[in-house]
Design a protein around this ligand. Structure first.
Ligand code: ZN
Length: 290
């Protein structure tokens, strides 16, 4: 695998790992936005699926290696692999390409517990057994997200989290529930946004006036910078709209780097305001090969 691109925020390296491309229904990804409007920038295949990424930024400083989200991993069965067009995942190849292995990851922070963000916290071995993918990592998850994922009786939520015990089980001893805004290190913070899920969180790295933000599923692709472009999965699209507008305004003002969880063309960009519209400035391109 080619070496994943990276940026620097002060003394931090932010390495753009990906668990590879996958496909999902374009209608689900853009909610109320008609296909006519998104089909040019996100061309659908004959099953209306669009190509997406599984971007997992890795924050490295000294001996700290904090992975944000983990992608789908290799736990899907054959039918699901076909539906989502995703196989073994690329995470291990990406780590290898930067001279690291899963045991070097000291922490994993999950934006939320949907399968395309937490699936990679387990690894299916040849025996079929699922094991913790990052055996030494502390695992930071919002307490409310854990509670809803584990115990909601609501039909829609139960379906959205049906994989959760399989993923959390092998990691049970590493989970550290955090409540609300949390400082993971002196310069890495998690902030709850809600919107996509009630306790969805984003991760920011601040140092010396520079900032990197992973906005996870409140701005999953560059197209979702636009107010009404939100996923059909969002439990509270109004909150997504408010929170992403606030973060993106700050990103423009303060020249942040912002990364996109699912954009198949770019990993990250600086955001600029052009005639009142949010646009992509300097860019880290995401064209990767396994
Ligand atoms: Zn997602």
């Amino acid at each position: 695998m080619e070496r994943p691109p990276e940026i620097r925020i002060g003394s931090h390296r932010i390495v753009f790992l990906t668990d590879g491309y996958w496909r999902n229904d374009g209608g689900c990804m853009f909610g109320v936005v008609p296909r006519e409007l998104w089909k040019r920038s996100h061309p659908p295949d004959d099953r209306n699926r669009i190509r997406l990424n599984l971007t997992c930024p890795l924050i490295v400083r000294g001996s700290d290696a904090i992975l944000i989200d983990t992608g789908i991993g290799n736990r899907l069965d054959d039918r699901e692999r076909e539906i989502f067009d995703h196989g073994e995942g690329w995470m291990l190849n990406g780590l290898r390409a930067i001279g690291m292995e899963p045991g070097d990851i000291t922490a994993v922070v999950l934006s939320h517990l949907h399968f395309d963000h937490c699936g990679g916290i387990v690894r299916r071995r040849e025996s079929g057994r699922l094991e913790a993918a990052f055996p030494r990592a502390r695992l930071f998850i919002q307490k409310g997200e854990l509670e809803i994922a584990r115990s909601s009786s609501n039909e829609r939520l139960r379906a959205a989290y049906r994989h959760v015990e399989e993923c959390l089980g092998p990691n049970a001893n590493s989970i550290e529930a955090i409540e609300g805004a949390a400082r993971l290190t002196s310069s890495v913070v998690a902030e709850v946004t809600g919107g996509h899920t009630r306790d969805h969180q984003v991760i920011l790295v601040h140092e010396n006036g520079e900032c990197f933000a992973h906005l996870a599923d409140i701005v999953p692709t560059r197209s979702h910078m636009s107010g009404p472009w939100n996923q059909a999965y969002d439990l509270d699209a109004m909150t997504t709209m408010e929170r992403k507008a606030a973060y993106l305004a700050e990103a423009v003002r303060e020249r942040w780097w912002v990364s996109f969880a699912h954009d198949d063309a770019i990993f990250a960009a600086r955001i600029v305001l052009d005639c009142g519209k949010l646009r992509i400035g300097e860019t880290i391109v995401a064209e990767q090969k396994n």
